[in-house]
Design a binder for this molecule. Structure first.
Ligand code: LRH
Length: 468
């Protein structure tokens, strides 16, 4: 049988990649065409994304894919955006969501949750907009989230893909559209928010000057939404942990949960494909390790994890979601400060810090999973750990141990696979989520981790950081 080739552009907060996906009957194969670091740039007015570099790398990657592509799709991290003026020109560089300028304006509003169902995080688009310099906002006619901005540069077409729009804090979770009255109340122009696009819809053909004659297809452009498409679930009672810079921990639901309990537990209701809700919590994720490695000038993650695997268990533990860990900067010192504040020893050397981070992330996964199950009324019998963390045996095993549940690890490139699958479906491929997931399960290498050890020790460890 014939297979078709699709290009997936997948931009993470730490790195970007252009992958070629080949899809046919019983066939799903991913090969890497191009990979590059995504390095934010600090300027006098704050921390920005190097958006033109990302655009150039994307083009270079697509040129590398060769002929015979059926289409291309773009996904990226959520919440960040560019503003366009009335000529369609970009008004300044997009900010990085870790820029601290939102601190003063990120005030939780309990009433908003009943409409948006968005967790309260200072990174949300809504707070970034409230922190915008008034002159820039006054000149702005369109807000485009990162994948939509790159799509505009490629095709000249503007729009807002739905899964990513649902992360802004300005989206009505139940109605599935922009939260018009909230937007009015905040004094934002409604025309900033473009028409919504459905994953799988055609955006346009790449402009002639790109030298690439290709259709751009809207995928689930929020990277986490694409990753959840590619969860190789075979039973309905599954939870997922999408790992990378963040760990996104939750379940898939048919409808949002907008209760005060859900709000107080800081759960979010983001849109998935086919009217699903990604009911999840952001856990700080491998950012904690990445930021240590940046300070140590130590790129060898494998060596650090091997040393941490034989370090003493439960030495120092942190609440990974402590707000002090959100901004870029010296991570080991902030871990020391947390330990001092909570009467714990500071970790012993690099293996001690890495052990502390892995056990604390496992505890963060456990707390979020239990809360997701409780608040949604779901029973969870298996945890799918997808994304970059799936190559981290220590994290997978500790997560199984802490949760007391089997962990199925993989695929590592779940996001790119989800991106490819939505393009393939738009092109006559697998028809629905079960078919897409079945294809992932049948074709991608997966690893199984059974819970081990003493569950009582994990209960005590969770209590030490005040988590469930
Ligand atoms: C993961 C992610 C996550 C968002 C964050 C901004 O890459 O998209 O789902 O909360 O980045």
């Amino acid at each position: 049988s014939v297979s078709r080739r699709y290009a997936a552009v997948d931009l993470g907060a730490a790195s970007g990649r252009v992958m070629i996906g080949e899809v046919g009957a019983g066939r799903l194969e991913l090969t890497e065409a191009h990979r590059f670091p995504n390095e934010p740039v600090r300027l006098p007015d704050g921390l920005h994304w190097d958006i033109l570099r990302l655009y150039r790398e994307l083009l270079a990657g697509l040129r590398h894919c060769g002929d015979g592509l059926a289409s291309v799709g773009i996904d990226s991290w959520a919440v960040d955006y560019g503003l366009l003026d009335e000529r369609g020109a970009l008004l300044g560089l997009p900010y990085h969501y870790r820029d601290p300028r939102t601190e003063a304006v990120a005030v939780p509003d309990p009433e908003r949750y009943a409409v948006t169902g968005t967790q309260h995080l200072p990174i949300n688009t809504i707070y970034q907009l409230l922190a915008e310099p008034p002159s820039r906002l006054a000149a702005a006619r369109r807000l485009l989230l990162v994948p939509d901005l790159l799509g505009y540069w490629l095709t000249g077409q503007t729009g807002a893909e739905r899964t990513n729009a649902s992360t802004t804090g300005l989206f009505d979770a139940r109605a599935g559209r922009w939260a018009g009255s909230l937007i009015d109340r905040l004094g934002l122009r409604p025309e900033l928010f473009p028409e919504l696009r459905e994953p799988g819809s055609a955006i346009g053909t790449l402009l002639p000057h790109t030298g690439l004659d290709l259709p751009l297809v809207a995928v689930a452009s929020h990277d986490t939404a694409s990753a959840v498409v590619a969860v190789p679930a075979s039973v309905p009672n599954f939870a997922y942990i999408s790992t990378g810079t963040w760990s996104l921990v939750g379940v898939e639901l048919p409808a949002p949960v907008l209760s005060p309990d859900s709000r107080d537990a800081n759960f979010t209701n983001e849109l998935g494909v086919d009217n699903t809700i990604r009911y999840l919590r952001n856990v700080m994720g491998l950012w904690l390790l990445q930021e240590c490695q940046r300070g140590w000038h130590e790129p060898d993650t494998g060596a650090l994890l091997a040393a941490a695997a034989s370090a003493a268990p439960f030495g120092s533990l942190i609440d990974p979601d402590d707000p002090s860990f959100l901004a870029p900067g010296d991570m080991p010192s902030r871990i020391d400060a947390y330990c001092a504040r909570t009467d714990q020893p500071t970790p012993a050397g690099r293996p001690g810090y890495v052990r502390c981070i892995m056990e604390s992330l496992a505890l963060g996964h456990r707390a979020a999973l239990r809360a997701a199950a409780r608040l949604s009324g779901r029973t969870v019998e298996v945890v799918h750990l997808i994304g970059g963390g799936a190559r981290n045996d220590l994290l997978c095993q500790l997560t199984a141990d802490a949760c007391g549940l089997p962990v199925v690890a993989g695929p590592i490139e779940a996001t790119a696979l989800g991106n490819v699958l939505i393009q393939a479906r738009a092109d006559g491929g697998p028809a629905d989520l079960p078919a897409m997931r079945g294809l992932v399960a049948a074709t991608q290498p997966l690893r199984h981790f059974e819970p081990r050890g003493d569950s009582g020790a994990w209960d005590k460890a969770a209590a030490r950081i005040g988590r469930e």
